[in-house]
Structure formats: structure tokens, C-alpha cells
Design a protein around this ligand. Structure first.
Ligand code: K1U
Ligand code: ZN
Length: 173
């Protein structure tokens, strides 16, 4: 397994829709395993393939935050939200592609998601709490959407400028 480089905003690959996964190959299994390792190492609770430059509809997540509980890594291929609650909740979101920047985003409190797992078996589950926020955030990545797209233009511009500066500094180091 390997740790992958996470793309930092602004990057054109983070703004592009990803293509459906057509089949499970050894390379795709290996990408999913590397993404999970990269997510845990960051640390994060989710990661979408475009964040590591792979333009495929693949996300990984594990929102078990309590250190005493067993981890629950989930790999989703071609995830689709099939139901969303009318009730909405606000969560202060972060993003591994926009380090150290946070913003309040309002989304449906609960969602039902259908996806294929690595055996290409169809799965469906209802998520709430952080799981619901995270799975919607990750599916947005597959559609080229970032949490800052929900913020006011001025705040978005300020964050983008900070990221341009951060990337410049990282290039020099
Ligand atoms: O997609 C990503 O960039 C990952 C992102 C997912 C996410 C977090 C919070 C709300 C919505 C989506 C992160 O994991 S940011 C890091 C983070 O929130 C976290 C890190 C360690 C423990 C708990 C949370
Ligand atoms: Zn993100």
C-alpha cells in the first residue's frame, strides 16, 4: 500500500466531473486501498478519487471518530443519492484539498445512497449525522464541486487566495 499525494485547490482536476467505474480491476482495488490508507494518515473521514488525481467515481469513507470503536471503512463505486430528507442540518466542513479552512454548509440531514462495492454487489444504506454530511461532500467531489462553492463569493475568493499562496510556498520548500 502507498500514501498518495492529495491535490490542493485550485486544481482543474478538482473542478471536473469524474467518469463512472466500469469494472473492478486489480489496479482499482489497489487505488481503493491506497486511498483508505491516505485518508487515515491525513487524518480525514473521507476521500474522493479526483482528490488524488484519479478521475473515477470512487470514494472511501470512515466516520467512526471514537477511538474505542471499531473502524468502518467503506469503499463506494458509482455512489448515487437516491433519497434526501427535507430536514437540513449545518456542519462546519473541512476538506483535505483545502487544508485548515472551514465553512458552514447546509445539507439534507439524512440521505439514502446506492453504490457498488468492490465485488460489484449493489449496496444501499441510509446515513445521518457526520456520515450523511461526509458522503454528500465526497459525492460532490465526483461532480467537481467543493464545499467552498456553497460559501459566499467573498469568503470563497479569500480561501482560494490562501490556497494559491500555500501552494506557492510548498513549491519553494
Ligand atoms: O473530502 C475530504 O476532503 C475529506 C474531508 C471530509 C469531510 C469532513 C467534514 C465534513 C465533511 C466532509 C475530511 O475528512 S476533512 C478532516 C476532518 O474533518 C476530520 C479529520 C479527523 C477526524 C475527524 C474529522
Ligand atoms: Zn473534500
Amino acid at each position: 500500500m502507498a500514501l498518495l499525494d492529495i491535490l490542493i485547490h485550485p486544481d482543474p482536476r478538482l473542478k471536473k466531473p469524474a467518469a463512472p467505474v466500469q469494472g473492478v480491476t486489480p489496479a482499482l482495488r489497489s487505488l481503493a486501498a491506497d486511498m483508505l490508507q491516505t485518508m487515515y494518515d491525513a487524518p480525514g473521514v473521507g476521500l474522493a478519487a479526483p482528490q488524488v488525481g484519479a478521475m473515477q467515481r470512487l470514494i472511501v469513507l470512515d466516520c467512526v471518530k471514537d477511538k474505542g470503536s471499531a473502524p468502518r471503512p467503506i469503499v463506494m463505486l458509482n455512489p448515487v443519492v437516491t433519497w434526501a430528507s427535507d430536514e437540513r442540518s449545518v456542519y462546519e466542513e473541512g476538506c483535505l484539498s483545502i487544508p485548515e479552512q472551514y465553512g458552514e454548509v447546509e445539507r439534507p440531514s439524512a440521505v439514502e445512497v446506492c453504490w457498488h462495492d468492490l465485488e460489484m454487489t449493489q449496496q444501499a444504506e441510509r446515513f445521518d449525522g457526520l456520515w450523511a454530511t461526509c458522503v454528500q461532500h465526497e459525492i460532490d467531489h465526483l461532480d467537481g464541486k467543493l464545499f467552498i462553492d456553497y460559501l459566499r463569493p467573498l469568503r470563497r475568493q479569500m480561501i482560494t487566495r490562501k490556497m494559491v499562496k500555500l501552494k506557492r510556498e510548498r513549491m519553494r520548500a
